[in-house]
Ligand binder design. Structure first.
Ligand code: 13P
Length: 336
C-alpha cells in the first residue's frame, strides 16, 4: 500500500461492491454505544469490540477501508499483532479520525465548529507512520429556528479545507465530512437547502485552498426529512433529491461520495443507498461510510460476551453484504 498514489487510494476506497466502515467513535461516543448493551467501556472492551468487527472473515469483500480512533490505531490485537496489521491482512485500508470534536462556536449560540487544526501537520505525519492512508474530519451543521448561520457554515468549511490540504501534503487522502444533522422537525426541502448551501461553501473553500479534488472523498448526509418531522419523505424522494443536490454542487473530479448514515436505521440507510445506485450513472461513485448502519446489529448480537462473538461477526458480515449490494444497486428488502 505504501507506493499507492493518493488518487489510487481514493479510488480503492470506492471500488465496486465496497465501502467504508466508520469505527472511529470517540471515547465518549463509544461509551454511549456500549452502555446500550450494558458493557463497561474500557480500553480492553473497546479493543475487543473493534477487533471482533475487523477480524470478521470475509469483511474485506465488502469493506474497503476503516476509520479508526486515535486509541485504536495504536492498539494490539489479542494475539499481539498491531490492529493495523490485522486490518491490512484483511485487504482493508486503515484510516484515522483527526478532528478533535465539535465545540461551541463563539458568538453563535447553539452552533458548533470543529477543532483540531493545531499541530495537525505533525499528527498526520505520525498517523502516516502508524499506517493510516486516509483521514476524516467531521463538521456539524444543525437546522433550527434561525440556524444554520452562514457564519457557522463558513468557519466549518474553512477548517475542512485547511485539514484537507494538510492531509494531501502528508500523503493521506482526506475525507471531507460536512454533516447536516437529521435532528429536528424540518422537512426534506429545508434539509435540501441547507445541504446545498453547505456543499457550495465547502467546495468554494476547497478550491481556494488548492485541495486536489481527485485526491479526496466527500462524506455527506443524505437529503432526508428531519427525525421528528411529521411528514417523512419516502425512499424515492430521498434518492432523487439527494442526487439532484449533489449534481448541483459536487464537481465531477471528485472520485466518490461516501454517505454517512446519521441515525437512519440500518435498513433505511441501505434502501436509500440502493435507490441512488439504481438511478443511473453519475460522475462519482456512490458508496458508504456508515457507522451505526453497519454496526447496530453486530453490537446488539455481541452484548459484550465472548460466547456471542461468532454471532456478532455473522451479523456484521450480513449487514456489510447487504450494504455492499446497495452500493451496487442490487439490494432488495427480502435479502434482510
Ligand atoms: P454514522 O453512519 O453512524 O452517522 O457514522 C458515520 C460517521 O463517521 C459520522 O461521522
Amino acid at each position: 500500500m505504501d507506493d499507492m498514489e493518493l488518487e489510487d487510494i481514493a479510488k480503492a476506497l470506492v471500488a465496486p461492491s465496497k465501502g467504508i466502515l466508520a469505527a472511529d467513535e470517540s471515547t465518549g461516543t463509544i461509551k454511549k454505544r456500549l452502555d446500550t448493551i450494558n458493557t463497561p467501556s474500557t480500553e480492553e472492551t473497546r479493543r475487543d469490540y473493534r477487533e471482533l468487527l475487523l477480524s470478521t472473515k470475509g469483511a474485506g469483500d465488502y469493506i474497503s477501508g476503516v476509520i479508526l480512533y486515535d486509541e485504536t490505531i495504536r492498539q494490539k490485537a489479542k494475539d499481539g499483532r498491531q490492529l493495523t496489521d490485522l486490518i491490512n491482512g484483511q485487504g482493508i485500508i486503515p484510516g484515522i479520525k483527526v478532528d478533535t470534536g465539535a465545540k461551541p462556536l463563539a458568538f453563535s449560540e447553539g452552533e458548533l465548529v470543529t477543532e483540531g487544526l493545531d499541530g495537525l501537520r505533525d499528527r498526520l505525519a505520525e498517523y502516516h507512520k502508524l499506517g493510516a492512508r486516509f483521514a476524516k474530519w467531521r463538521a456539524v451543521i444543525s437546522i433550527g429556528e434561525s440556524a444554520p448561520s452562514q457564519y457557522c457554515i463558513d468557519t466549518n468549511a474553512h477548517a475542512l479545507a485547511r485539514y484537507a490540504a494538510l492531509c494531501q501534503e502528508a500523503g493521506i487522502v482526506p475525507i471531507v465530512e460536512p454533516e447536516v444533522l437529521m435532528d429536528g422537525d424540518h422537512n426534506i426541502d429545508e434539509c435540501y437547502a441547507v445541504t446545498e448551501t453547505t456543499l457550495k461553501t465547502v467546495f468554494d473553500e476547497l478550491y481556494k485552498q488548492r485541495v486536489v479534488l481527485e485526491q479526496m472523498l466527500l462524506k455527506p448526509n443524505m437529503v432526508v426529512s428531519g427525525m421528528s418531522c411529521p411528514e417523512q419523505a419516502g425512499v424515492e424522494e430521498v434518492a432523487t433529491k439527494t442526487l439532484y443536490c449533489f449534481e448541483q454542487t459536487v464537481p465531477a473530479a471528485v472520485p466518490g461520495i461516501v454517505f454517512l448514515s446519521g441515525g437512519q436505521s440500518e435498513q433505511k440507510a441501505t434502501e436509500h443507498l440502493n435507490a441512488m445506485n439504481q438511478m443511473g450513472t453519475y460522475p462519482w461513485e456512490i458508496s458508504y461510510s456508515f457507522g451505526r448502519a453497519l454496526q447496530a446489529s453486530a453490537l446488539a448480537a455481541w452484548q459484550g460476551k465472548k460466547e456471542n462473538e461468532e454471532a456478532a461477526q455473522a451479523a456484521f458480515l450480513h449487514r456489510a453484504k447487504l450494504t455492499s449490494a446497495a452500493r451496487d444497486g442490487e439490494y432488495s428488502p427480502d435479502m434482510e
